[in-house]
Design a protein around this ligand. Structure first.
Ligand code: CA
Length: 223
């Protein structure tokens, strides 16, 4: 089990980290919201333990930004704010569970284990069906692309291109490979059809258009 612990109080962070490590869990620690969002952009975690009162970006903001970019990693909010209103707000903005401080470690462990068990059934399907990068989400089952949660209309070839890029993050895709995958053998390799379509797709990706980078003389790389 792979946990991201977002907590600015060193004493509390050490306590949780030691306890979870003793249970055989892998724990990555972020001391503020911005660092947490960076970790979440690059890596997959089974669950996030999220403190609310953080320097800079608050825990509520981290939660909302994760859900806005279609990151459905289970979140357990951990905070001194134990009032019922705060708990309701936390759950409403996308947290999966809530534990007020001070808490009992055994309860934290039991809740995290339950969260992970519940999400496991969904995660297999989610990782197979959904390709996610920043604010982009392409669902391979429904073939829908959303940009910051808004659906974007794509032609068939544009859709194939998006699926190809998003399923090969950070890999150099040669022009030949793209042509073969999206257009098949009938297109002339010298054609500029790829550049035309990449230009269109970049526009449709809006603020994330730059994620499709041109690698001069070689092809394209996504993210
Ligand atoms: Ca705090």
């Amino acid at each position: 089990m792979n946990v991201l612990l977002v907590e600015d109080e060193t004493r509390v962070a050490d306590f949780i980290r030691r306890g979870l490590k003793a249970e055989g869990w892998l724990v990555e620690h972020a001391g503020d919201g911005a660092t947490a969002l960076e970790f979440l952009r690059d890596r997959r975690f089974d669950v996030v333990v999220l403190d609310l009162m953080l320097p800079g970006i608050s825990g509520q903001d981290v939660c909302q930004r994760m859900r806005a970019r279609q990151d459905h990693t289970p979140i357990l909010m951990l905070t001194a704010l134990g009032a019922i209103d705060d708990r309701i707000t936390g759950l409403r903005i996308g947290a999966d569970d809530y534990l007020p401080k001070p808490f009992d470690f055994e309860e934290l462990l039991a809740r995290l284990t339950a969260l992970q068990r519940r999400s496991q059934a969904f995660s297999v399907q989610a990782t197979n069906d959904r390709l996610v990068q920043d604010g982009l989400c392409f669902d391979r089952h429904s073939l829908l692309l959303t940009v910051d949660g808004r659906e974007v209309a794509l032609s068939e070839k544009e859709r194939d291109l998006v699926a190809l890029f998003m399923s090969h993050p950070r890999k150099l895709l040669s022009r030949e490979r793209i042509l073969n995958a999206v257009w098949g053998a009938q297109e002339d390799p010298m054609t500029n059809v790829i550049d035309v379509y990449v230009g269109r797709v970049r526009k449709k990706l809006g603020p994330y258009g730059h994620l499709i980078a041109t690698v001069r003389g070689a092809g394209y790389r996504f993210a």
